[in-house]
Design a protein. Structure first.
Length: 962
């Protein structure tokens, strides 16, 4: 009976199998989360405290060390310790798995050495817990001893793992590089620590911190490589009673039938999936750098015609984008492809150009960097033309780079921190960009699946011009309208109260729309269909024909469409002869860029009259050319079955899953950025309320580029803040074009100082721009294009503000140039009509282009029933301030501080109970001593002033009875 029972007892049953690689994944995820979430939270909650050390603080030290981030402050310390606790389980499991793997499975280690390495791994893990949970504040000696022990044990651990590794070339390559990087980082880290500790060098601790954080990255990444070795290794949970019913389910937990053996299949694509998953944040730096240089080139070029008031010759640098035509030389193309990491590194001279003080040299270096980058990307795509999965990964990564560019610009209030117009003084992070770019270039190397596409001739031999047209047009469209999340809003903004969407939070929706388009792009057959093209055209037409919200919805649809067809259009140019295809593509791109400028700069360029205010033609041409490219893509898909029957199916599958993860991550980060900006934005409130007074100003700011070609909004903010301007009109302000970098610098000033903003006539109205910042609520506003039959369009804002309960009207205007006197007469007549017909107290802040007491002067002030703020000020030419129905308290002129070539003019006013009694001015002057302190101008602008701003012309403010 006993024998019978024994022989018939059920055999053990394997109920669950867990692929060992997921232990590595969990370890990597929790470890990186511990450090980098703590870093983000620490910087958000206690930034100035955690960058402070015993010698220096911000701004000399601006990046925290690992210990300051993880051990000094709540809640970052608590978050870090929780995630390290979560890491400990996978960590111990990984150490034990490596012992079993090397001694029992692949047998690359003896039992004795395996136990030695196991002991090292366990002690090293416990030592990690020592310095994590015992902070330097708790017990400095124990903290330091465990930290040193951990670092010392890293050497035998990494060398031991290297010694016992399998001959897997991918795993070996990564382990060797990461081991070298880890130990090569220690000497410079020690050097900068001594520079800080002994020599007390400012900034040395920040540099030390970067090396310290690098050790964390390399250390965790080294252990993450174990996932490659564990592809065919798994853990099993066995029921020895044999009574458990197996669960048939696939996924992370591999569950098998009774008495069956379950295999986990692996292939090279899984290895590449892991590598890309670990490094996608690094890899995306390469396309981010490309988009940064592409968007900065025209911005730098614009500086020169801006000062020449016409064609300068530097515009020729736009054609640096034709550099990829050299790829028609096959050996050169193969050289660039094989060493693309090196060429991407060389392209960083475009980012490093910020070190060049001379604007012309900065432009030359930036153009050179862009030419190298564009050539490298083009070579990569062409050489991968027969590797559909790898080509798709490259193109999708390029698209993700555009999204990251948008998110970074949102975080920096539409500036890009690595642009050559940025530096440390105005918020730039150029050096950080260079370092990340070099790291990304270092990892951009050939892998086994990225062999050149030379095995088969192109499947399509006709229609190269269609392919060229499509790619050139889609590159232009994305550059001109979708390199900033607020661009399509500013292109279609209306007057109050129907203003349209605000950049925060609606910039997130713009980014999400582009991300959705890239997500859908993998459905190639549907995205290149005629019905989808018609939907894209409808979006474009809606965007052009309407203002405010309807236009924004059209812009979202157009952006979604363009991103969805972009990968197909890139693939289209890879199957044709490179020279003529690339030349035509980038020549079309350049022509569209010039047309995009000609529609507004027609008064200053040859043949401008033919494109005057014809953005409709530019948009129509763009969509037609995109349509040609889509038609070509359909033909390509029909004639080339190799694309539909991809030889890299698994690689494509993994690429697309990681794409979705990347897109979701980008959108989530954009939400965090928008939330942070929303929370931190100052609430608009007047600088002083006790006297019911306000200070108004007018300033022509030359598109927020200072005299030396640096972004100037921070210095503008300081001047506006120190002058306590409650309402300010800023002229030459429309920077939402390719040539101005698609920037909206006013967002920064408005959020930092607390202003309502009226952007003025939209970019689609083809003016140079005028905007208004107001501490008072904007009740309503209208945007005007003043009569301009010959010259450049003149813009104006007519707004009614709620000033202490009194409706007060304001005009901010920019009249045409001196060469068109009839235009200026008609424009001034229209301004006078608007002011004359308003029943409210009024303030005029405008650019008139006339001398005092000349006919246009009288037409403006007499015809508009307005008072000049100071008729005795004869030294004026363009900017004027007028008023009525208010008590004028003072008037001052302040030098520009090299931010632009035009001064600031300012007037102080008081609200009165009986505005009609103040309709006409009294020009009786008062001494400043008779003015109550709340109504006086700040004294810091007397004498030499501050930051280059001082009272000039009169060298002091003037005060009046009313």
């Amino acid at each position: 009976m006993a024998e019978f029972s024994a022989s018939t007892s059920p055999p053990p049953t394997t109920t669950v199998k867990l692929a060992a690689k997921y232990v590595s994944y969990a370890h990597t995820l929790f470890a990186y989360s511990a450090f980098f979430i703590a870093l983000a939270v620490g910087c958000y909650t206690h930034y100035y405290k955690i960058v402070q050390n015993e010698h220096f603080g911000y701004p000399q030290e601006w990046f925290p060390s690992v210990s300051a981030t993880t051990g000094d402050r709540y809640p970052a310390r608590a978050i870090f310790q929780i995630f390290i606790a979560l890491t400990s389980g996978p960590r111990f499991a990984l150490v034990f798995l490596w012992y079993i793997f090397t001694t029992r499975s692949v047998r690359t280690s003896t039992e004795g050495f395996g136990k030695f390495l196991l002991a090292v791994g366990i002690i090293r893990t416990v030592a990690c817990g020592g310095w994590v949970y015992i902070t330097s504040t708790d017990d400095h000696l124990t903290h330091d001893v465990t930290m040193i022990l951990y670092l010392l044990l890293t050497l035998p651990w990494q060398l031991g793992v290297l010694k016992t590794s399998t001959r897997n070339p991918t795993a070996l390559k990564w382990r060797r590089w990461l081991t070298f990087a880890f130990f090569a980082t220690i000497p410079p880290m020690i050097y900068f620590f001594l520079q800080h500790k002994v020599h007390k060098i400012p900034g040395a601790y920040t540099t030390y911190a970067f090396f310290e954080w690098s050790l964390i990255i390399y250390d965790v990444a080294f252990d993450a490589v174990s996932a490659i070795d564990f592809q065919n290794f798994e853990l099993s949970i066995v029921d020895l009673t044999g009574k458990a019913a197996p669960v048939r389910k696939e996924g992370v937990f591999q569950v098998c039938k009774k008495r069956k053996v379950c295999r986990v299949h692996s292939d090279n694509s899984q290895k590449l999936k892991l590598i890309w998953a670990l490094c996608v944040c690094v890899y995306v730096c390469v396309p981010f750098v490309f988009w940064s240089m592409l968007t900065s080139l025209a911005l730098l070029i614009w500086y020169f015609p801006l000062w020449h008031m016409g064609i300068s010759g530097y515009e020729a640098f736009l054609f640096i984008t034709l550099t990829p035509v050299v790829l028609g030389i096959r050996p050169l193309r193969e050289l660039v492809f094989n060493y693309r990491g090196v060429f991407h590194a060389l392209s960083l001279i475009g980012v490093a150009s910020f070190w060049a003080v001379d604007p012309a040299l900065r432009l030359i270096l930036t153009a050179s960097g862009l030419g190298i980058s564009l050539t490298t990307w083009s070579a990569t795509w062409i050489e991968l033309r027969n590797q559909n999965g790898t080509l798709e990964r490259s193109v999708l990564l390029w698209g993700v780079g555009l999204l990251v560019h948008n998110v970074v610009k949102m975080a920096w209030w539409t500036e890009n921190p690595i642009w050559p117009i940025m530096n440390e003084a105005n918020g730039g992070y150029n050096v950080t960009g260079i370092v990340l770019g070099l790291i990304a270039a270092f990892f951009t190397t050939n892998s086994v699946n990225e062999t050149r596409g030379i095995s088969a001739p192109p499947a399509v031999i006709k229609g190269w011009y269609f392919a060229s047209a499509g790619f050139g047009a889609v590159l232009f469209a994305l550059h001109s309208m979708y390199t900033d999340s607020s661009a399509i809003m500013r292109w279609s903004v209306g007057g109050y109260p129907s203003y349209g969407p605000e950049p925060v939070p609606w910039g997130v929706v713009t980014i999400a729309s582009l991300a959705l388009g890239l997500w859908l792009s993998t459905s190639n057959r549907y995205m290149t269909s005629m019905w989808w093209y018609i939907i894209g055209c409808v979006g474009c037409a809606t965007f052009y024909a309407f203002q405010g919200w309807p236009a924004y919805y059209g812009g979202l649809l157009q952006g979604l469409y363009l991103m969805s067809v972009m990968p197909s259009l890139v693939r289209g140019i890879t199957v044709h002869p490179p020279f003529k295809t690339l030349f035509t593509s980038f020549f079309i791109y350049n022509l569209l860029c010039l047309a995009h400028v000609w529609v507004v700069a027609y008064a200053f360029v040859p043949g401008g009259v033919y494109l005057r205010e014809r953005s409709d033609l530019v948009l129509a041409a763009t969509m037609i050319l995109v349509g040609l490219g889509v038609f070509h893509s359909n033909q390509h898909n029909a004639l080339d079955p190799t694309y539909r029957k991809s030889t890299q199916f698994h690689f494509l599958k993994h690429t697309r899953s990681l794409l979705r993860l990347s897109l979701v991550s980008v959108v989530l980060v954009s939400i965090l950025v928008a939330t942070n900006r929303f929370i931190r934005a100052a609430v608009p409130a007047p600088f002083t309320t006790s006297q019911k007074s306000f200070t108004a100003g007018i300033w022509t700011i030359h598109f927020a580029l200072d005299n030396d070609m640096w972004a100037s909004e921070m210095r503008m903010r300081d001047a506006i803040r120190d002058l306590e301007l409650d309402v300010v009109g800023l002229l030459e302000s429309d920077t939402m074009r390719i040539i101005m970098g698609n920037r909206d610098w006013a967002q920064y000033i408005a959020e930092d100082l607390g202003y309502y903003i009226d952007y003025g006539p939209s970019t689609m109205e083809h003016t140079w721009g005028c905007l208004m910042l107001s501490k008072f609520p904007i009740l309503r506003s209208s945007h005007h294009l003043l009569p301009s039959p010959v010259g450049e369009l003149a813009c104006a804002i007519h707004a009614t503000l709620d000033v202490y309960g009194q409706p007060v009207d304001f005009i901010v205007s920019h009249n045409g140039q001196e060469e068109d006197p009839e235009d200026r007469r008609l424009q001034t007549t229209e301004l006078a009509r608007i002011m004359r017909t308003s029943p409210n107290p009024f303030v005029f802040l405008g650019y008139v282009v006339t001398k005092p007491q000349q006919p246009l002067y009288h037409l403006l002030f007499d015809g508009g029933d307005m008072n000049d703020i100071d008729p005795t000020d004869w030294d004026r030419w363009c900017q004027y301030i007028g008023y009525r129905g208010l008590r004028r308290v003072g008037y001052a002129r302040i030098s520009h501080g090299h931010i632009t070539d035009t001064e600031i003019q300012s007037g102080k006013f008081q609200i009165v109970d009986n505005p009609k009694d103040y309709w006409k001015a009294s020009y009786e002057r008062l001494d400043e001593s008779t003015i109550v302190p709340e109504l006086r101008y700040p004294s810091i602008f007397r004498g030499n002033g501050i930051r280059g701003h001082r009272f000039h012309v009169f060298d002091e403010p003037r005060y009046f009875v009313h």
